[in-house]
Design a protein around this ligand. Structure first.
Ligand SMILES: Cc1ncc(COP(=O)(O)O)c(C=O)c1O
Length: 408
């Protein structure tokens, strides 16, 4: 039954039939980008072939069809995250663009000179650098919530930080791309709100592994990328509470985000178009419909069971390798395993695994400050998806042991 379900999932992914170095591919890099099921690939081909007309503009039939497809993608997202209204779903080009949109619009509105932004030590560069630029530009402060040696947020410091600093905006990852830990975002949000701060959650990894109900968690903003959740690349989402999006100024300007334009003055379109200047990635946006249908279909007992089996096996095997350290341990772990091995360079491991047909990520993983905090110059990361199997994990552990023997 379990094998059938996973086999059935695998059969939907043509990418997995690839061979690398003459070997059957084992794709363990889904946290960087997930593969796309055939339903998404077929939809992209179909829309590129027969529905490639610009959206929100012409009255002709095909423009109306393209607009419907694009807006259906928005509706699929709204339902998936349980937002109240389509106006709260802004299309961007990805998580990075969503965070940059916020960092370029909250200054002077939700964050003023002398106030502070709180992030954590376990953020992706996309959730660090935009806040550095913003705080430096407007004379605000950037503060970090520490993580402990196992990668968990140090929640004991949270209240102290809010009491001692004038924090007005918080931005933190739902799940770190390095540690794979599901962070206590609800507690963070409640605490921030108690002190009058607004909260953005970087859901690039979180949306993939957790059910997200933006009303229940009560975040003010939540962002994610299409390409990590089976949709097209070059498209992403910023969810925001309507009352907040309404008071933020537009950032990118151009077609589609306007109501009327005269030579000297412009009035802006209503949400969500106020933040969607220019021709959007309308085919990408439409792919959220089949992609999220697929994502929903894999939130089932068999997939959970498969994930648990792979997790138990990998943790047991990895921790028994001499000199290997896993970063990010706890009950709240999603299937992302980053590790270092004493005396062996992360790139050498990744290169040897690649020659054995296994794709893993290595290096700083766009989280240089965190990896430096652990005293490392890079890590190897294995990240799994519902299309991975226990058998692949077994092959991987054999290959890893072989690579270590070659390098020691
Ligand atoms: C936690 C996290 N935040 C942000 C990003 C940036 O996503 P994108 O490159 O799709 O904009 C990533 C990508 O790996 C991520 O894992």
């Amino acid at each position: 039954m379990l094998t059938n379900t996973i086999e059935n999932i695998r059969n939907q992914f043509p990418f997995l039939t690839n061979k690398v170095s003459g070997k059957e591919l084992i794709y363990f890099d889904s946290a960087a980008t997930s593969q796309r099921p055939q339903s998404v690939i077929s939809a992209i081909n179909e829309w590129n072939s027969f529905a490639n007309a610009n959206v929100h503009r012409a009255v002709h039939h095909l423009s109306a069809c393209a607009t419907d497809n694009y807006e259906s993608g928005r509706e699929a997202i709204r339902k998936f995250v349980n937002a109240s209204k389509r106006e709260e779903i802004i299309f961007t080009s990805g998580t990075t663009a969503s965070i940059n949109l916020l960092a370029n619009t909250i200054g002077g509105v939700l964050l003023k000179e002398g106030e502070a932004v709180l992030i954590t030590e376990a953020e992706h560069h996309s959730n660090i650098v935009p806040w550095q630029i913003l705080t430096q530009r407007i004379g605000a402060k950037l503060i970090y919530l520490p993580v402990d040696e196992s990668g968990q947020w140090d929640m004991e410091q949270l209240d102290t930080l809010f009491e001692s600093e004038n924090i007005k905006f918080v931005s933190a990852a739902h799940i770190s791309n390095v540690l794979g830990l599901v962070n206590p975002i609800e507690r963070l949000i409640q605490t921030a709100h108690k002190y009058g701060a607004k909260v953005h959650i970087d859901g690039a990894q979180g949306i993939v592994h957790q059910e997200v109900d933006v009303k229940k968690i009560d975040c003010d903003f939540y962002s994610f990328s299409g390409h990590k959740i089976y949709a097209a690349t070059g498209i992403g989402v910023l969810y925001g509470k309507e009352s907040l999006l309404d008071i933020l100024p537009p950032w990118m300007a151009g077609g589609d985000m306007v109501d009327t334009v005269t030579f000297y003055k412009t009035t802006y379109a209503k949400l969500p178009l106020k933040f969607e200047a220019g021709t959007p990635n309308f085919i990408g946006g439409a792919t959220f419909t089949p992609a999220l249908e697929f994502a929903r279909s894999v939130r089932c007992h068999q997939v959970e069971q498969n994930e648990r089996m792979m997790k138990d096996f990998l943790i047991k095997e990895l921790t028994s390798i001499e000199g290997l350290e896993i970063y990010g341990m706890g009950e709240n772990k999603s299937p992302v395993y980053s590790f270092s091995i004493d005396g062996i360079h992360h790139s050498d491991i990744a290169m040897l695994l690649d020659q054995m047909g296994i794709a893993v990520r290595s290096g700083l993983m766009c989280a240089e400050p965190l990896i430096n905090k652990f005293g490392k110059t890079g890590l190897v990361r294995v990240s799994l998806a519902p299309y991975n199997t226990l058998q692949e994990c077994e092959i991987f552990i054999d290959a890893l042991n072989r690579a270590i023997r070659m390098l020691r």
